[in-house]
Structures are given as C-alpha cells and as structure tokens.
Design a protein around this ligand. Structure first.
Ligand SMILES: NC(=O)c1ccc[n+]([C@@H]2O[C@H](COP(=O)([O-])OP(=O)(O)OC[C@H]3O[C@@H](n4cnc5c(N)ncnc54)[C@H](OP(=O)(O)O)[C@@H]3O)[C@@H](O)[C@H]2O)c1
Length: 229
C-alpha cells in the first residue's frame, strides 16, 4: 500500500529510530531517515529499501541549527515528525554534582533539537491542516516519579514533555502532538539486558505517528495508554 504522507524520523540509523522508520515504511509512508553520519544513514536507508520501503537518507545533526534549516529547505513538507534522536551521557553523580556541560549537551540534543525541528516543520503542518509530532521521551522524564536517575537526561526529557504540551497548543487542532515512553529497550542506549525489543519500543511511537483525525493530542503514552507526566 502506498501513502503520500512524508515522515521524518531523527536518529533513524539505529535502535528505536530505525525500527520506527521500518514500521512507517511498511505502512506505506515515505520516510526521511535522518542521521548525522552519511555512511551509516545511507546504509540503514538502503537496508529498508531492500525490504520494499520508500526510504531516503537525509543528513541531520539535531543539535546544529544550520543543519535543521538546511533540511527544512531541502524538504519543506513533512507530515509526520518523530523526534527520536537523543543522548544519554554517562552521568556519574547526583543533580548537584553533574557538570553544567552535561545538562547543556543533553538539553541541546534532547530538547532544543526537537524544538528547532518543531519550529521548522509544524507551521507547515498547521497551514496544511494535517500533522503528527511524536516526541520520544522516557520514563526518566516523568516528574511524578522522578528521583535521582541520570539528572541531565531526566531534566531534558521533562523539558521535551513540556514541549509536547506547548506545541500541541501552538499547532492547533489538526496537528496532533504527543510524547511517548518506549520503556526499557535493547539498543545501544538501553543495553542488552533491557527486557523490550525495538519492535515493542517502536509500537506506540508508530501508533501516535499514524493517529487518525480527531485523535488525542498533548498527552504522554506508554504501550498505547496515557501515563502521568
Ligand atoms: N533504549 C531505551 O531503553 C530507551 C528508554 C527510554 C527512552 N528512550 C528514548 O528512545 C529514543 C531512541 O533511543 P535508542 O535506545 O534507540 O538510542 P540509541 O540506540 O542510542 O540511538 C540514538 C540515536 O540518536 C542519534 N543522535 C544522537 N545525537 C544526535 C544528534 N545530535 N543529531 C542527530 N542524531 C543524533 C544517534 O545517532 P548516531 O548513530 O550518529 O550517534 C542514534 O541514531 C531516544 O529518544 C531515547 O531517549 C530509549
């Protein structure tokens, strides 16, 4: 089945992002697989094209505003934006001892990157009267359960959740914007002892990316169910 919708997935070269690209392509969407390394991005896109998907590699470093603008100039129309790329730095210490630089880097990639991408693509969605944004967050970003785990990462994911609420408001009724906690997933970030597969981690992301008109917006989901902020 083909579909004219264009989906942009950041951090698409591996892990959950690659699986999201695969599942969206399997549903017939045209996928822009964004990655910062050209060779790894091209290789990932080629592996999905070999499975029949319409997938193109696009270069993107989400922490580099010029890179975001260059992508928006090359591909002005994006119907589905999946903000998946993120870093989890080795955070050895508590909130008071982690260096400011770790907070800065985490916020640059995990919050300001998605914000720049929303600013680049959501106005077009709003004008066309259709759009979906999925912010791949984390249970670590839940204020309701926040403790001492990875302070810079956790703060950046809480900020990403705030972005979900703000963009859901700014995007208007027809642009559906949601956050997802994929759970603990076996990837480079999650490690090999994680209990969930990338297929399980990607499922709710893809569900939110392909919500029908009138679907929920401004929410936080895990396994297709709302969870507390
Ligand atoms: N795995 C888990 O257990 C888990 C749990 C909760 C939430 N999450 C979230 O799920 C999402 C995907 O995680 P994952 O487990 O698949 O992680 P992963 O395997 O470490 O992949 C991270 C991806 O982000 C990309 N990335 C990092 N910095 C970037 C930048 N500045 N510009 C562009 N791309 C950048 C990486 O690209 P390079 O290859 O170039 O580094 C890679 O493609 C993240 O948002 C993560 O926070 C994961």
């Amino acid at each position: 089945m083909t579909d004219s919708r264009i989906a942009l997935v950041t951090g698409g070269n591996r892990g959950i992002g690659l699986e999201v690209c695969r599942q969206l392509a399997a549903r017939g969407l045209h996928v822009l697989l964004a990655a910062r390394d050209e060779e790894r991005g091209e290789r990932a896109a080629e592996s999905l094209r070999a499975g029949g998907g319409q997938v193109a590699f696009v270069p993107l470093d989400v922490a580099d505003e010029a890179s975001v603008h260059a992508l928006a100039r090359a591909h002005p129309r994006v119907d589905v934006l999946v903000n998946n790329a993120a870093v989890l730095l080795g955070e050895d210490g508590d909130a008071l001892s982690i260096p400011l630089g770790a907070y800065r880097e985490s916020l640059e990639v995990n919050f300001l990157g998605p914000l720049a991408l929303c600013q680049a693509f959501v106005p077009g969605m709003r004008e066309r009267g259709h759009g979906r944004v999925v912010n791949v967050s984390s249970g670590a970003g839940q204020l309701s359960g926040m403790g001492g785990y990875a302070p810079a990462y956790s703060a950046s994911k809480a900020a990403l959740n705030a972005l979900t609420r703000l963009v859901a408001h700014a995007g208007g009724r027809r642009v559906l914007v949601n956050s997802v906690d994929p759970g603990w997933v076996r990837t480079d970030m999650g490690g090999q002892s994680a209990p969930r597969s990338v297929e399980q981690g990607a499922d709710t992301v893809v569900w939110l990316a392909t919500l029908p008109e009138g679907g929920p917006s401004g929410g936080f989901y895990h396994d297709r169910r709302p969870v507390p902020w």
